[in-house]
Design a protein around this ligand. Sequence first.
Ligand code: HAM
Length: 434
Amino acid sequence: MKKSSKKNFQTVRGMRDILPSDWPVVDFVFSKVQSLYRSYGFDRIETPIVEDVGLFQRAVGMETDIVTKEMYSWVDQGDERLALRPEGTAGVVRAYIEHGMLNLPQPVKLWYWGQMFRRERPQAGRYRQFWQFGCEVLGSDQPVADAELIIMMYRLFEELGLAIKVKVNSLGSEQCRASYRRALTNYFKSVVSKLNAEQKETLSHNPLRLLDSRDPNVIALKEGAPQIIDYLNEDCREHFLKVVDYLDDLDIPYQLDYTLVRGLDYYNQTVFEFVLVDEQGNESLALGGGGRYDKLVEELGGRPTPAVGYAMGVERIINIMRERKIDIPMPPVPDVFLAQLGDEARKKSLKLFEELRRIGVNVSQSFGKEGIKQQMEVANKRGVKFTLILGQKEIMDGTILIRDMENGIQEVIDFNKIVGEVQKRLSKVNGNGQ
Ligand code: HAM
């Protein structure tokens, strides 16, 4: 192939590389999330990225945007109809049923952190491959389970230094929703001339989704729409009141939002969302959301099992932490750098490097560089405390130089004693006996 005809490949639209400079903040959020789930008694689960397409059609809903427009699905060489997971709940519920977790003491509390795929229009905070972390509590119908999830996420955002707004609503039971749906349809039918073609379509298929619309026209119409809260039966109302009561008891600020319906079909009863607020208090992106899905386990072939969960968008959290310059701990810098000159020195250095690493010294090197000067530049850049220098003269004498990078003082040490010497010096500066 001629050089000029070579194609420069780039990331596929909506997909991103996660570069070395991105990882400290990803790792930081991961460690916070992991310890949060541990402290609330959750066990980790990871389900495959690829599942039977029918799982998502059944769980998320045949008429949702996620399934109709955004799912990556295909028929493979063995005629299996597969999909890249657009969300985590369906896979976790499948695993709960498949592995007989309903025989474990209930509730089963699971958390996950993984890549999801949705073919959405790429824009800030919206990617086609993105990470979610989230959790599912299977086997509890108690309002306290809903409240606990909201509380733990609120605490995480507090720890990360991000101001968020918690929005809560109840979608009631199937029966409550059916009568609300009728009332809402009647209302929107009375103003149907103000809806565009797509909105009319939504009205006929899933009128509740009109409440989600960002179109100013529909937002204005929503003002006069009936509210779900007036259609909840006694049990549903009581469940919801208990949830908000727990939040009140723990001083978790929240906002009741009767237009919050969420974009997945499996929800009933409590739904919630965590929305970012800017310095002026305006709402922006949803960082995450969730709710109850008491019928899903049964819908996917299991025993009736009430459940509740949520998921968060990792990129959205990370982007905002960056934008707001929230301090995160950087990975520890190495203590020691190993510089060498010549073949023999390189061989000996390789061995010494392994020896130091084995006893727990945070040591670094740049064996690919030839000159001592370039290697010293790397050592300086990495901010090490000591550099060990092994040149031809030292090889002949059976010695090695140790240079204190702070004061520049260099000393000759017997090569056989260098490991002990490094340990001694580090224990002095670090005060940890290393
Ligand atoms: P979801 O609201 O579809 O819920 O997604 C949760 C979060 O994932 C969103 O709030 C957002 O932060 C992030 N997210 C969604 N799509 C994208 C995207 N294209 N790019 C970047 N981030 C995105 C669920 O997925 C449910 N499974 C949550 C749940 C768990 N409900 C019960 N259990």
